[in-house]
Ligand binder design. Structure first.
Ligand SMILES: *Cc1c(COP(=O)(O)O)cnc(C)c1O
Length: 439
């Protein structure tokens, strides 16, 4: 191709594009580095022949207008799994969303508005809410997440000492992060006892020595050991720890505040505190239904040791989540509780309505708590069964809808869908079904 005939010579120059009105308009809302990246990418596409030189300005304009300043999207959870790790665990109730927004600008997180002076009230509201919800606790502390709460508790209560843990509780908390490695990253050593399926009181008794700082009991929230299994009840460990002068830390994970008859086997925070553990740890964004957070509840001296440990500052939680957690604890119900307690009759009625609107067959389908606690306990309920091919267009729609693909069907479970979203979901299903029928 001769120089003259090369259409690429019509491609506008970068500085000309950057001086255009299109770009000037985009500067009102987009950072300069975003604009430069979009322009460079578009010019690159033109040089590679992917777009015509004459279309460059239009393309730049379209791409700048379409640019999304943030990338996470809303997803309607039609899987029936309440605490879905890949969907960001607990959805926040409206009051917690309001709390996030109210704290987003300048806020009185460390200021006493009465006197106008600095105040140590950071986390005060969330602490008070948690203590009202769990009066058995003497004190409370909120940190970044449960993993950091565990790190902090073991570091503060067993620094340069050993922490005793049953081999049946050496869990991986997802994406290759293992509790033992996490704990040993501080100046604490783990002393593993028992066998994977059985650990007895005598194993703990034998392991306690001068070097022991604490016993750690971890609730296996994301798996179950079935069959020939045994672990030591928390009451016996409380007694043993008190007798031998060591601390007892319980990592509960799930964050269930009080016993719930819907999930009878799931241990709750209140029961652990009533039993007398020194510190119990929970996640904010599992069954508690709040934002990501690590909650420590327990004896005043143990919580104080955690709060004053140097690591506490490194695992601090931000003002947004402190406010949202307080709201989630203080509110009457939340999205997680609503999904957990959804009535079978109501789920059935809503699913039948959906079936009348878009077609498909109503089938029995058990919802699950998911990664937050009582993982495999079936919750009953139903789903709308559609052709499996619908799942993909559903995921790619706006809002995206995640359904459960199982046995060649796309199962739409309304347990975790707020009734307000039923019409949105119906439209999304109709659109996805149309895509499948066309293809
Ligand atoms: C979920 C869980 C964790 C991790 O909680 P994060 O808040 O994600 O850090 C730790 N321990 C147990 C028992 C859990 O269930």
């Amino acid at each position: 191709m001769s120089e003259v005939a090369d259409p690429r010579r019509f491609i506008p120059r970068t500085d000309a594009v950057l001086r255009s009105e299109t770009v000037a308009a985009a500067r009102e809302h987009l950072a300069e580095h975003v604009i430069r990246a979009v322009v460079a990418e578009t010019l690159g596409d033109a040089r590679r022949g992917r777009i015509a030189p004459t279309a460059v300005m239009d393309q730049v304009d379209q791409r700048l207008v379409a640019f999304q300043p943030y990338s996470l999207r809303r997803v309607i959870n039609a899987t029936g799994v309440i605490i879905h790790t890949n969907l960001g665990r607990a959805p926040l109730p409206q009051v917690a969303i309001d709390a996030l927004v109210d704290a987003a600008g300048y806020t009185d997180v460390e200021l006493d508005l009465e006197s106008g002076r600095r105040s140590a009230r950071r986390g005060f509201g969330a602490r008070k809410a948690l203590l009202r919800a769990c009066p058995e606790a003497e004190d409370a502390l909120v940190v970044n997440n449960a993993a950091s709460a565990l790190l902090l508790a073991t570091a503060a209560l067993a620094e340069d000492q050993e922490v005793i843990i049953s081999r049946g509780e050496l869990i991986e908390i997802g994406a290759g992060f293992r509790l033992p490695e996490l704990i040993e990253s501080t100046r604490t050593r783990l002393r593993e006892i028992g066998a994977t399926n059985r650990t007895h009181l005598a194993d703990y008794e034998r392991a306690i020595s001068q070097r022991t700082g604490a016993i750690l009991k971890v609730h296996p929230s994301n798996f179950r050991i079935e069959g020939f299994a045994a672990s030591v009840p928390v009451e016996q460990l409380v007694e043993l720890a008190a007798e031998r002068g060591v601390r007892l830390i319980v990592d509960l994970g799930s964050g269930l505040l009080h016993p719930d008859p819907t999930i009878p086997e799931e241990p709750d925070l209140t029961a652990q505190l009533a039993a007398g553990v020194d510190v119990v740890i929970a996640s904010g964004d599992k069954l508690l239904g709040g934002p990501q957070a690590g909650i420590l509840l327990g004896k005043a001296d143990a919580i104080a040791a955690c709060a004053t440990h140097p690591l506490a500052r490194a695992v601090r939680v931000d003002k947004l989540r402190l406010n949202a957690l307080e709201a989630a604890v203080n509110t009457a119900s939340n999205a997680v509780a609503d999904a957990l307690h959804a009535s079978d009759a109501e789920l059935h009625r809503r699913t039948e309505t959906l079936a009348r609107e878009v077609g498909g067959e109503v089938v029995a389908h058990a919802g699950r708590v998911g990664g937050g606690g009582a993982p495999e306990y079936p919750l009953g309920g139903c789903a709308l069964a559609l052709p499996e091919a619908v799942a993909r267009p559903l995921r790619l729609g706006r809002p995206a809808v995640l359904a459960r693909v199982h046995d060649g069907a796309c199962l739409v479970d309304l347990r975790c869908v707020t009734p307000d979203d039923d019409p949105v979901l119906a439209s999304a299903l109709a659109a996805a079904l149309a895509v499948v029928q066309e293809g």
